[in-house]
Design a protein around this ligand. Structure first.
Ligand code: URA
Length: 259
């Protein structure tokens, strides 16, 4: 990134307006490599200098990528009048106006949500052409039946006649299974199991592509990742390898549903 005015940089990279940024500058709350900056017109180079606001480092790279462990009750949206949004889980010093959740999880679903300001990546992740696989631990109301595996592999027809792509699945316990989706229709997992005569009680997204939700990330927590991790994420791994990784990483979740 080239040199840029400090007030513009902070207004672009944080949730604060230019006038709020100006008052932070006046108060001496902004530093470049440790030295206080007061002048909003001063130019800085975010790639070469460490910029802090109230002591917190402001990310200067081209794009930001955060994995969130979404708790129940949060909406995958940038704003909403009624509900809390996943952007409220992003700490102030990392939050800025161009961020959005790449993909949706229902308000009552939990787990892996990527929040970014990289529109191109989001398009790649969500486009049917690339179909980055998404893995869900599914808790059912009634026992998983063996015949589900074939029906899911053949492609379920939803109640409105929509045909789903084949889904790989593995039964993990009496009422818990792991499913891997290559598309993202509205309420897809819930509607697929409804078509099979069962009911989804809870969904936890554990992986996207070959990137696992860090199992020690608490609900509401975030982890900043980098472009190289995203490239890794987009390289799909086989279902059996992902199953093994997910089952070993989420063994405690499977034992005592941590919701
Ligand atoms: N399928 C659903 O039904 N809900 C989700 O949140 C994700 C996939």
């Amino acid at each position: 990134m080239n040199e840029i005015r400090i007030d513009k940089f902070l207004a672009d990279r944080t949730k604060y307006s230019r006038s709020e940024v100006k008052s932070f500058l006046k108060k001496g709350a902004v530093r470049a490599d440790g030295a206080v900056i007061n002048d909003p017109k001063q130019k800085i180079n975010p790639d070469a200098q460490e910029i802090t606001l109230n002591g917190k480092k402001i990310h200067g790279g081209a794009h930001i990528y955060l994995i969130l462990n979404k708790p129940e009750g949060y909406l995958c949206a940038t704003e909403d009048r009624e509900h809390k949004t996943v952007l409220e889980l992003v700490p102030d010093e990392l939050r800025h106006k161009d961020m959005f959740p790449a993909g949706r999880l229902d308000i009552d679903s939990t787990g892996f949500v990527l929040v970014t300001d990289d529109g191109e990546l989001a398009h790649q992740m969500l486009s049917p052409k690339h179909h980055v696989p998404k893995y869900y631990l599914v808790t059912l109301a009634r026992p998983f039946e063996e015949n589900y595996l074939q029906s899911l592999a053949d492609g379920i027809t939803l109640s409105d006649g929509t045909k789903c792509l084949p889904v790989q699945a593995k039964q993990i316990s009496e009422k818990i299974c792991l499913v891997c989706l290559h598309e993202g229709k509205y309420h897809q997992v819930k509607r697929m199991f409804a078509s099979l005569g069962n009911h989804v009680e809870h969904l936890h997204r554990t992986a996207v592509g070959s990137l696992l939700l860090p199992p020690d990330l608490p609900f509401g927590g975030h982890l900043e990742i980098f472009h190289k991790d995203i490239l890794q994420m987009l390289k799909a791994e086989s279902f059996s390898v992902m199953c093994e990784q997910i089952m070993s990483a989420f063994s405690s979740y499977l034992i005592n549903d941590r919701r």
